[in-house]
Write a protein that binds this ligand. Structure first.
Ligand code: THU
Length: 142
């Protein structure tokens, strides 16, 4: 595993600089850390039809699964904030849809990944099952 908590957070922070968020002006970056050492990032992508917005975590999962199968998801870092103040304020936790989207890739790698939600004064360390207890996933369909 070549990434660390700090490098994953730094990757999420860097990804947030590439957010396309002209409507909310709220820039989010997410970084997925896999057991093979790879890191896949995403940033939020908004749309003039507001409801079509893609969150940073969802973009990262889409990249990870569509580019290649990365195996076991070990950790996720999420950071956000108004443009020019990313990481300021309270920790940003993944929205409900993103929790479900993350759950899919977590289940594929049979792991309950750590989720680091970055705030100004603290990094909230959770696991995905804290955020999405009693989840519906691939095994629910069997
Ligand atoms: N957003 C994310 O990218 N991830 C989340 O988990 C919460 C919200 C984005 C969506 C939208 O572009 C902006 O933050 C404001 O809601």
């Amino acid at each position: 595993m070549s990434w660390t908590r700090e490098s994953l957070i730094a990757a999420a922070r860097d990804a947030a600089t590439r957010a396309y968020a002209p409507y909310s002006n709220f820039h989010v970056g997410a970084a997925l850390g896999f057991a093979d050492g790879s890191v896949v990032t995403g940033a939020n992508v908004e749309n003039a039809s507001y409801g079509l917005t893609l969150c940073a975590e969802t973009v990262a999962v889409g990249k990870a699964l569509s580019e290649d199968w990365r195996g076991r998801l070990e950790a996720v870092a999420v950071i956000g904030g108004k443009a020019g103040a990313v990481g300021a304020g309270d920790p940003v936790t993944p929205c409900g849809r993103c929790r479900q989207v993350l759950n899919e890739v977590a289940a594929l790698g049979d792991n309950d990944p750590t989720v680091w939600c970055v705030g100004e004064n603290d990094v909230l360390e959770l696991v995905l099952s804290d955020l999405l207890p009693r989840s519906f996933g691939p095994s629910s369909l069997s």
